[in-house]
Design a protein around this ligand. Structure first.
Ligand code: AMP
Ligand code: GLY
Length: 433
């Protein structure tokens, strides 16, 4: 009997996870709740072998009650923080993804910062406030404009890097009054601003052990050269050459291992993907910016191309607390993802633009086009969200992965399409292709 795996979520991350799980020897069927247009289609190479990929309109709990699920993999932070892992497990479904207790590392930034301090994990100085009076007093303790962070989940919009006093004041008021983010913003962190290069550190964890995956760099701003507003991520590549083998060992020892040990000691063992966002300052010192309790998006689209072996076996072992040294295998390739975003993103987006020529993009060697905000309408594929597609290429060098990804991305068409032209450019020391 081979596995039926449930993937929870609807983004590019979930399409990439679903395809990678489908490629696992131990998996016959993958069902994605709710999924997107991409997760409704089984690629021909897998349907020939009797495998299926489908989406379901049922909720994860309804699905778990109505059919056999051997392994559930929860993608996004919102259901994790709301306890979906705990609920699926109480229905007898083995689930990869942390408990609600462990997911507080992402669900509350104040919790995360206090946890980091208690466990000696390097992170920028901060103050936690719940009123304007406290905020103004705390503000005095920072030399520059501090970064403001809403405590709770805000769909990636809860961080404000103010550049003048009015903007700072407006953001404090918007958050603390509850107008901007409801309850999630009524507690605010002021944090010292850091400069440097960011890196996304992912580890598959089983509560006691962690296996650190190749380092990935995301590109968060909407525009080339890191201009314009922050987004969920406009593209990524890995392995990131910024992280030398020596730095890799430090990140593993001083961040990942300490987090896993600290959570276990607190009685909330972390089983799932730990994703630490770090700033490597100009003097080479790493500092923890955030902890996420899930795979990154679009980092996953890159990572799924850098792993070898049976991913379902690995996540199943992690969910059981039984990872061993040889469980996770990585290949020697490089991967690069270019996100194609809809008109208006990261603000209010236009939906319903017709997407064409994905087949031409996928014909480029080493390329997968992962769907995110897509919907099938009759015979047409339409945009239906901010980030629409993640055109991802793998190759034996980063340069070739970049060349393939841009060649493929240039085939795809839809009205108002936005993409950055410089994904990976800095690592390659080149200008945008
Ligand atoms: P976070 O959700 O905490 O990772 O913040 C989102 C983004 O804001 C990060 O990826 C950084 O680009 C930026 N950021 C967060 N904290 C800081 C900081 N202390 N200094 C400079 N930039 C930051
Ligand atoms: N790409 C950043 C994130 O997933 O939070």
């Amino acid at each position: 009997m081979r596995r039926t795996v449930l993937v929870v979520g609807s983004g590019g991350r979930e399409h990439a996870l679903a395809l990678r799980l489908l490629a696992s020897e131990s998996v016959d069927h993958v069902v994605v709740a709710p999924g997107n247009a991409g997760t409704t289609l089984t690629p021909a190479e897998w349907s020939k072998r009797g495998k299926t990929l489908r989406s379901t309109p049922l909720s994860p709990l309804e699905l778990a009650r109505s059919e056999r699920i051997d392994l559930a993999v929860v993608g996004p932070e919102v259901p994790l923080c709301a306890g979906l892992s705990d609920q699926l497990q109480s229905l007898g479904v083995r689930t990869y993804g942390p408990s609600a207790m462990a997911a507080r590392l992402e669900g509350s930034k104040a919790f995360m910062k206090r946890f980091a301090d208690r466990n000696g994990i390097p992170t920028a100085p901060y103050e936690v406030v719940t009123s304007l009076v406290e905020a103004h007093q705390a503000r005095e303790r920072f030399d520059e404009f501090p970064v403001l962070k809403a405590d709770g989940l805000c769909a990636g919009k809860g961080v404000v890097l103010a550049s003048d006093p009015q903007e700072l004041e407006q953001a404090l008021d918007g958050m603390l009054s509850g107008r901007w983010f409801g309850e999630a913003g009524r507690t605010v962190l002021l944090e010292q601003r850091l400069a440097g290069s960011e890196v996304s550190v992912h580890a598959i964890c089983d509560g006691e052990r962690a296996f650190v995956l190749p380092m990935v760099q995301d590109h968060k701003r909407i525009g080339d050269g890191d201009c314009g507003p922050n987004t969920g991520g406009m593209g990524a590549y890995g392995p990131a050459p910024l992280v030398t083998p020596e730095l890799f060992v430090r990140l593993e020892r001083d961040f990942v291992d300490k987090i896993v040990e600290g959570m276990a000691a607190d009685g909330a063992p972390f089983r799932g993907t730990l994703f630490a966002g770090l700033m490597i300052t100009s003097d080479g010192e790493p500092s923890l910016l955030e902890i996420n309790v899930r795979f990154g998006d679009p980092e996953t689209q890159v990572l799924m191309n850098l792993l070898d072996g049976d991913l379902a076996d690995v996540l199943d072992l992690a969910a059981q607390g039984c990872l061993s040294a040889g469980s996770v295998a990585t290949n020697d390739l490089h991967a690069l993802c270019v996100v194609l975003a809809a008109a208006g993103y990261p603000g209010p987006v236009r939906s319903g633009d017709v997407i064409t020529a994905i087949e031409a993009a996928e014909a480029v060697e080493g390329v997968h086009v992962y769907h995110a905000g897509t919907r099938r309408v009759g015979d047409e594929l339409h945009t239906a969200g901010g980030r629409v597609l993640g055109v991802t290429a793998r190759a034996s060098t980063l340069q070739q992965a970049q060349q393939r990804a841009y060649q493929a991305a240039s085939c795809v068409r839809f009205g108002g399409m936005q993409m950055r032209r410089d994904i990976g450019a800095r690592a390659l020391g080149t200008c945008a292709p």
